[in-house]
Design a protein around this ligand. Structure first.
Ligand SMILES: Nc1nc2c(ncn2[C@@H]2O[C@H](COP(=O)(O)OP(=O)(O)OP(=O)(O)O)[C@@H](O)[C@H]2O)c(=O)[nH]1
Length: 380
């Protein structure tokens, strides 16, 4: 593609709507942060675009905002399969606003999947000939987990990219970490220009977080400028003629990573759920990158349970007072694993969700197992 800089849209087209990108690795705390800021008047007329890695979206149900302000891009990763969908969504949003079919929005916030490489997402906004006139990139925010952050940065190129391109780095879960010095040093080495803020800081507001001025790749490190340049053509080429949004291109990230999603109408007992989680974590804890679930429990199916695990860290389960508006009252489980045998989680889940099969672990097999070790803890 050639570009004539004298006629190309400027990065800061005068009336272009600012687009902020919220990224960060799996479970870093993106949705938590967005939820905290969502009531901020500065975001009251923002359009939110939420992308999830997996067939079954959960995050959009959890962002506490009426459905009309939230657009979900699911069934694929924003930087791969649904990148075209993002461009279409942004174009469609602008068209609907200009023709008065939706109330005007003054900014857009995109929450990416935890595995997203933010560079192609940024390219969708700043590199697209038409969109570049209507939107401008303003504020790339990356959330880094104080507990798992260092290990994640060591293990995942996507995580390093998310840090390197950010204007602002938000360190989450500081209250759970022994210290953050080594992490801060690493972040500063990866991105010396980024501002670093604390997710748990009560004074953190949406404007100070997202309004960091027009994104200028020239002020980022050489690496970022190179990624932006190289991604510009590569994605157009590789996705030409493909159908978007049917499968996640997990191989693009890491051939060892897989995302499995499960849905079940069957309500399960709290004890059965506890056993499922124990078994999942004890068998494959370190390979469990991320688990998110909203569970229909048999003791009160109208009040679902929300579960989050990030690597070995399991958050306190949250019992919601009701199902999120518009959500089907079914259990949804998203599990992102590394090097997990194919079908392992599916079979385990099926066993516990009331669909046991030969050779599968299920509740009866564990509770009534004549070979069980006497005295071994069994929760009923
Ligand atoms: N204590 C504490 N917990 C946090 C913080 N941020 C997130 N969490 C917890 O970490 C878990 C993951 O948070 P999410 O906000 O769902 O993370 P995410 O980045 O949206 O996750 P993905 O959508 O899977 O990529 C949840 O259990 C949160 O409650 C924080 O600053 N402090």
């Amino acid at each position: 593609m050639t570009s004539d800089t004298s006629t190309a849209p400027s990065w800061s087209a005068p009336r272009a709507v600012p687009v902020s990108i919220l990224t960060g690795f799996l479970g870093a705390g993106k949705t938590t942060l967005l939820n905290r800021l969502i009531g901020d008047p500065w975001l009251s007329d923002a359009a939110l675009i939420i992308n999830e890695f997996g067939d079954v979206g959960i995050d959009h149900l959890l962002v506490e905002r009426s459905a009309d302000g939230v657009i979900e891009l699911s069934d694929g990763c924003l930087c791969c399969t649904v990148r075209g969908e993002l461009v279409d969504t942004l174009a469609d949003l602008m068209d609907r606003m200009q023709t008065g079919r939706i109330r005007p929005f003054s900014r857009v916030v995109i929450e990416t999947t935890g595995l997203a490489d933010p560079v192609p997402v940024m390219q969708s906004v700043i590199g697209h000939p038409a969109l570049g006139q209507s939107y401008r990139l303003e504020g790339l925010v990356s959330v880094v987990d104080a507990v798992n952050g260092l290990a994640t940065l060591d293990a995942h190129e996507e995580a390093r990219r998310q840090v390197a391109v950010a204007d602002t780095l938000v360190i989450s879960k500081i209250s759970l970490a022994a210290n953050t010095e080594a992490l801060r040093a690493r972040l500063s080495a990866l991105n010396p220009l980024a501002r670093v803020v604390d997710a748990e800081d009560p004074d953190l507001d949406a404007k100070s977080l997202f309004d960091s001025g027009v994104y200028d790749p020239a002020t980022r490190s050489m690496d970022v400028t190179r990624w932006l340049a190289s991604e510009s053509g590569a994605h157009h080429h590789s996705h030409e003629g493909h159908e978007h949004g049917h499968h996640h291109d997990v191989n693009r990230h890491d051939s060892h990573i897989r995302a499995d999603t499960f849905v079940s109408e069957q309500a399960i007992s709290p004890e059965t759920l506890a056993m499922f989680l124990d078994l999942l974590r004890s068998a494959h804890g370190p390979n469990l990158l991320r688990m998110k679930a909203i569970v229909r429990l048999s003791d009160d199916p109208s009040r679902p349970l929300l579960l989050h695990a990030v690597q070995s860290l399991m958050s306190e389960p949250q019992r919601l007072s009701a199902w999120p508006e518009g959500a089907e009252e079914k259990t949804r489980l998203v599990v992102i694993t590394r090097d997990m045998p194919e079908g392992f989680v599916a079979e385990l889940f099926a066993g516990f969700a009331g669909d046991p099969g030969i050779g599968r672990a299920d509740r009866a097999a564990l509770v009534e197992n004549p070979l069980a070790i006497p005295g071994a803890p069994v929760r009923r």
